[in-house]
Design a protein around this ligand. Structure first.
Ligand SMILES: *Cc1c(COP(=O)(O)O)cnc(C)c1O
Length: 404
């Protein structure tokens, strides 16, 4: 478990750093696996591809949701087998398909990509099983689907299937959909899963054979704002397992996947930064911190979004969740408080993470912890900006050792 002592110890070496908690990641893996019986989980590598995070997750028998050739190659290198690596992304180029075709299950993202994979397989003299990403004609909350750059519209796929069936070097053996991230309403997820199984049945009737897999995509959210209410995972799992059970009465051999990135790591990483300087300017106090925008971009991104938003803006994952998605905790015993602006040490005015926030009085070298820094945190951050030293990503293992 990450303690204040561990943080303080590391902050003597680094002005800013990430710290991921292996034990907490394992707890979340077990929570999913113990409850969602009959579901296989895939980790969305793009949310945090830290090598030790991946080791922990893959060692615990979670498969790989890869969004690029490199994520396929990393997963393979870490020992994940072909039938547990699913490669789904729009616009795969020839190299990406050629190099992943033998080591991952490719999810075609368009009708033209199905033809492209068929051509590459033909050149290699092989027949490959592929999945297709479907853009369903429904959402988490309603019966209509929107237009999307992802996947093939459900009705288009059904219409075109007779000609796809003629392709000699591919066989469509699975479907994948992912329509929303960061959902905290259990019923929206349950209804989505129900619709997905109905769609799967419809597609299997068109195909005329049983699918090898149905990948339900992600959706399970985590609490960011103090006002968020945690999703009841046990109850969600219970309902999901029930839906799957009745589906499996008809389709026994289909593997069911759920993808998740943020649920496993989002809350199990923190970002730590240090007070470098403090100043007073025309009635305002500024606390200058190490590597904010260029260390963990999302808090300053939230400030920027709010600066231009008229009311409460919609989330735009994974860049913007809500105004108060990250909490700032000062590690100090001082009890007197003051109102300050928290800003970074970059030479740009946009580098602000909090304005008029009340915190314990801070002094140079004090440490501030920022929460919810495990997913879409380091990977989204423009660390090259102004050639600052990059904050290291540290890993606290189950033996309580901090590894760089
Ligand atoms: C990014 C992504 C995910 C991960 O979403 P989380 O909200 O982090 O669980 C899952 N599936 C697909 C297709 C994605 O693009």
């Amino acid at each position: 478990m990450i303690t204040n002592d561990i943080i303080i110890e590391q902050s003597k070496k680094y002005d800013s750093f990430y710290l991921y908690d292996e034990e907490a990641i394992i707890n979340n893996i077990n929570r999913l696996k113990n409850n969602f019986v009959g579901v296989d989980f895939l980790y969305s590598v793009k949310c945090n591809p830290h090598t030790l995070v991946l080791d922990t997750i893959f060692k615990n028998k979670i498969g790989s949701d890869a969004a690029s050739l490199n994520e396929v190659l990393i997963s393979k290198e870490k020992g994940v087998s072909k039938e547990n690596i699913y490669y789904s992304a729009p616009g795969k180029n020839r190299k990406s398909i050629e190099q992943s075709i033998d080591i991952a299950v490719i999810i075609a993202d368009s009708l033209s990509e199905i033809e492209f994979i068929d051509e590459i397989a033909r050149n290699k003299g092989i027949v490959v099983n592929i999945g297709v990403r479907i853009n369903p004609d429904f959402s988490f909350t309603g019966d209509f689907g929107g237009s999307s750059k992802f996947g093939i519209d459900e009705e288009q796929f059904i219409e075109k299937f007779p000609s796809l069936k003629e392709k000699k070097n591919i066989k469509i053996t699975g479907i994948h959909a992912h329509v929303k991230s960061q959902e905290l309403e259990k019923n929206n997820l349950v209804n989505y899963y129900k619709r997905m199984f109905k769609l799967s049945e419809k597609i299997q009737n068109v195909l005329g054979y049983e699918l090898d897999f149905i990948n339900l995509g992600s959706g399970i959210g985590i609490t960011y704002s103090p006002d968020d209410v945690e999703i009841d995972i046990e109850s969600l799992a219970k309902e999901t397992v029930g839906i799957i059970k009745s589906y499996k009465e008809k389709f026994k051999n289909t593997r069911i996947f759920i993808e998740t990135g943020r649920y496993l790591v989002g809350k199990n990483g923190i970002y730590v930064t240090k007070v470098l300087d403090k100043k007073f300017s025309r009635k305002k106090k500024y606390v200058i911190l190490s590597n904010t925008l260029n260390g963990f971009v999302r808090p300053s991104m939230s400030k920027t979004v709010m600066k231009y938003a008229s009311s409460s803006p919609m989330p735009y994952e994974p860049f913007f969740t809500c105004e108060d998605a990250f909490q700032f905790k000062a590690l100090t015993d001082r009890s007197d408080r003051e109102t300050v602006n928290l800003v970074g040490n970059l030479c740009t005015a946009i580098d602000v993470i909090a304005e008029d926030i009340s915190l314990p009085v801070l002094e140079k070298d004090d440490v501030i912890v920022i929460t919810n820094a495990g997913a879409y945190a380091s990977v989204l951050t423009p660390m090259q900006f102004s050639s600052q030293e990059k904050p290291p990503e540290l890993f606290l293992n189950t033996k309580n050792e901090v590894i760089e």
